[in-house]
Ligand binder design. Structure first.
Ligand SMILES: C[S@@+](CC[C@H](N)C(=O)[O-])C[C@H]1O[C@@H](n2cnc3c(N)ncnc32)[C@H](O)[C@@H]1O
Length: 198
């Protein structure tokens, strides 16, 4: 169970991937209703609140991640949710952020289902900001680009084409592949994607 594995490391791990705040601020209004999906302990939820976003909440399937987040950032709305569905009405959100969440969903079928769920809750013209690790040289991947990470959790890294395919139901606004640091300070690549629901 992925959430049990994340529970075990919730108080040990510090995540590294950045969101693209500059581009985010150009596309998303400060009063927008924003979901930080797979928020972990809420570091990006907090970044958004610190930068003037007043209607942000995070959900995560790991109860321990949420417990840590509620202690570190008591001013945030962080909710535990380990159901297949997101507890939001259809088309009720202006923006969804998902940072390094699909990296911990090894099954392509499950990734597609979750992506559909993100699209369901996003309103028309709403914005998705997705950030995911690219393929790098220090992991030995299986045929599906999956590997066992240093956290002892099964992970998946992505080619640009895979991100484009996953996000194909949306209209792409912008996608950049940049240098990023992985856990353990190793230099790697990350894909930063912005798309719009049409
Ligand atoms: C690598 S961490 C990134 C956390 C956070 N987005 C960040 O960048 O700091 C991935 C998180 O996604 C959560 N997660 C994985 N699958 C999920 C799902 N189906 N629903 C909600 N959260 C999920 C995990 O529990 C974990 O906290």
């Amino acid at each position: 169970m992925q959430s049990e594995e994340w529970n075990k490391v919730a108080n040990k791990v510090n995540f590294t991937l950045d969101l693209d705040l500059n581009q985010f601020q150009k596309l998303v209004h400060p009063t927008s209703k924003i979901l930080d999906f797979g928020c972990g302990y809420g570091r990006h939820t907090d970044t958004l609140v610190q930068n003037g976003y007043s209607n942000v909440f995070g959900i995560d399937s790991s109860e321990e991640m949420i417990t840590r987040g509620q202690k570190e950032f008591p001013h945030l709305t962080l909710l535990h949710n380990n159901l297949d569905s997101i507890p939001c009405e259809d088309e009720s959100l202006d923006c969804v952020l998902a940072c390094a969440v699909f990296t911990c969903i090894p099954s392509e079928v499950d990734r597609k289902k979750i992506f559909e769920e993100l699209c369901r809750v996003l309103r028309r013209d709403g914005v998705l900001h997705l950030i995911e690790f690219g393929l790098d040289y220090f992991n030995s991947y299986d045929d599906n680009g999956c590997f066992l990470s240093s956290l002892n959790v099964q992970m998946k890294h992505f080619s640009r084409k895979e991100i484009e395919a996953l996000c194909s139901p949306l209209e792409t606004i912008n996608m950049e592949t940049t240098k990023a640091s992985a856990i353990g300070n190793r230099l790697t690549e990350a894909h930063s994607y912005f798309g719009r629901k049409t």
